[in-house]
Design a protein around this ligand. Structure first.
Ligand code: ZN
Ligand code: ZN
Length: 341
């Protein structure tokens, strides 16, 4: 009961006046770039959930999948002082080592992504590295406030242990500060801030935000382009396919690695506006003109109706259809690291 009350209160937290000259700002909160995009209603959620009862949904039994995961002890990561590297923790959580700095994306170590610890989507796979084995974290970037991306218990531990700089979209700062998270920087789309020679740019996505029932789109969602002197990466968080990828590709012409979500896309009638499928993810990779494609947002939490092993299988097929070399795909296993020379 307490947590429900808290969600309602947070949902009502005051909306300061935003900039009326920006098309994604409005009196009621934030909007996507596509003005015709229709948000799904609670009724649609109900239709989806009822429809599921009559569908033959894929198995949730681990025995039906051959999933190879690693337990990364973090030793090599702690020793690495200069190589550009990527380690998939699971879901949208990736540890990136860029020019001596350690950066985490949408960190989640919790067993469930939910407002309560006893219910909600449960992990199918364990995090690939224990939070206590991480190297010293300098920067945490958070794409939006959904529970599978903004996991308060993990953020609190990271804040306590490393005192990193946290980056979020507009209007997310007060919520984090109320929960004891320090050093939070808020950015609007196309804004940036440089810390320790790392330039963090916030860029659009096509998505939405909400933690309760009354706070829909009151906080801004988005993606990041993170640039060092030599290397850079793009982190999409959660997004539907949209024209913004081409624009990001134009403004940031030399992205090395694009971290793109490939899961949580079925049923399409419901998910398409907010989650890409593998074919759209491959198109977004082409639009961004990045050198490498690192797939995320699959194999960890079961949020939608496709089978757990389907997203990567289809991504490989789509890459081949588009004549994109296999070498460009960094399909890390959970816990696995890729070090660039
Ligand atoms: Zn989301
Ligand atoms: Zn998500």
């Amino acid at each position: 009961m307490k947590s429900i009350l808290l969600i309602l209160i947070l949902g009502c937290s005051n909306m300061q006046t935003l900039d009326p000259n920006k098309s994604h700002h409005s009196q009621d909160g934030f909007k996507n770039l596509d003005p015709n995009l229709q948000a799904k209603s609670l009724f649609d959620v109900l239709v989806w959930q009822i429809g599921r009862q009559f569908k033959n949904l894929p198995s949730l039994d681990a025995k039906d999948y051959q999933i190879e995961t690693f337990v990364n002890d973090g030793i090599k990561l702690k020793e690495n002082q200069k190589n550009f590297s990527f380690t998939w923790v699971g879901h949208a959580s990736v540890l990136i080592q860029l020019e001596g700095k350690n950066i985490l994306t949408d960190p989640i170590w919790s067993e469930r992504c939910s407002p309560v610890s006893f219910a909600g989507p449960k992990r199918f796979t364990k995090p690939g590295i224990a939070i206590e084995n991480l190297p010293k974290i300098d920067i945490v970037i958070i794409s939006h406030n959904h529970y599978d991306h903004m996991d308060l218990p993990s953020l609190k531990i990271l804040n306590e242990k490393f005192k990193p700089r946290f980056f979020v979209g507009l209007k997310n700062k007060s919520f984090l500060e109320e929960n004891g998270i320090e050093n939070v920087t808020e950015l609007d789309w196309w804004e940036n801030k440089t810390v320790d020679n790392i330039k963090v740019n916030f860029t659009p996505t096509q998505h939405f935000s909400a933690r309760g029932v009354l706070d829909r789109n009151k906080t801004l969602w988005g993606s990041f382009v993170v640039q060092g002197k030599e290397n850079s990466f793009y982190f999409a968080g959660d997004t539907g396919y949209f024209s913004g990828f081409e624009e990001i590709g134009k403004r940031f012409s030399n992205i090395d690695v694009a971290l793109l979500p490939i899961g949580a896309y079925e049923p399409r009638w419901f998910m398409k506006p907010v989650h890409m499928n593998p074919s759209e993810a491959v198109q977004s990779f082409k639009d961004l003109k990045a050198k490498y494609f690192l797939p995320i947002h699959y194999l960890t939490f079961v949020l939608t109706d496709e089978a757990l092993d389907e997203p990567l299988k289809y991504t490989k097929i789509e890459l081949e259809k588009n004549n994109i070399s296999k070498e460009k795909l960094l399909d890390l296993k959970i816990g696995e690291s890729k070090f660039f020379p």
